[in-house]
Design a protein around this ligand. Structure first.
Ligand code: MN
Length: 243
């Protein structure tokens, strides 16, 4: 199974979660919310073959930590994966939008100048603005944008698909009617499972990386395909993305 957006370092007991990930052989993209956390994550997961660590600067933290953008860019040389980055236009974070935009523009520009990265993007209440930044950096030049927990409009979904974006979808997203509608219309060869754990929850409990497997039956129902076929598509999507 695959969890393409998980905050492994933010669980109450990361070592236990990582040990279980190793036991199950789950592929995990461990996103980070600050570039300083990248080092700690590398240490945590150095023994686990199927965990990849992304360097990030979460848009909700940009107001306090925008000066760490240089460290994000400097760390790009050490990983193919970037995240969590993006923009958050919700009321609490709208005041820092200009700063968020500057930070994201610099990171995506650095990705482009280093030959492209796989980038896990947050776009809550800012889908159009994130797509604008992808266009400015050059969708092909910046690498591969993966919109995590996308919650834009159908029109924005169409624009994102046209730009070549990928999508990571999780059980929490698929619990909402809007999330299911969006997932039903996504290009199936550019979708991956995620949990966004421990922020992503089910019934009030944090999702664990292996709970990403619940995405398969949900997508099978939405897409009208057998579960096994969806599971196969997810695996081949990951292989194509990272190869
Ligand atoms: Mn996240």
């Amino acid at each position: 199974m695959i969890d393409f957006h998980c905050h492994l370092d933010l669980y109450a007991k990361p070592a236990e979660v990582i040990a279980e990930v190793a036991r199950r052989g789950t592929y995990v993209l461990a996103v980070t919310t600050t570039p300083k956390a990248f080092e700690g994550n590398l240490r945590y997961v150095s023994e686990v073959a199927r965990i990849r660590v992304a360097v990030g600067l979460h848009p909700e933290l940009v107001k306090e930590r925008h000066h760490e953008v240089g460290l994000v860019c400097a760390t790009l040389a050490r990983t193919r994966y970037v995240g969590e980055v993006g923009l958050d236009g919700s009321p609490d974070h709208r005041p820092s939008m200009e700063l968020q935009r500057e930070v994201l523009r610099r990171i995506l520009g650095a990705c482009a100048s280093q030959g492209g990265r796989i980038v896990s993007l947050h776009s809550r209440m800012a889908a159009s603005q994130v797509l604008d930044e992808i266009e400015i950096a050059g969708a092909a030049a910046m690498g591969t944008p993966v919109l995590h927990w996308f919650s834009g409009s159908l029109k924005e979904l169409g624009r994102a698909a046209g730009l070549g974006c990928w999508f990571s979808v999780g059980p929490a997203m698929l619990a909402s009617r809007n999330g299911r509608t969006l997932a039903s219309l996504m290009p199936r060869d550019r979708v991956l499972p995620e949990t966004d754990g421990p922020f992503g929850q089910a019934d009030g409990n944090p999702l664990s990386p292996w709970d990403a497997e619940n995405v398969v039956p949900a997508l099978a129902e939405l897409w009208g395909e057998p579960k096994q076929a969806v599971a196969t598509v997810m695996t081949s999507n990951l292989r194509r993305l990272v190869s």
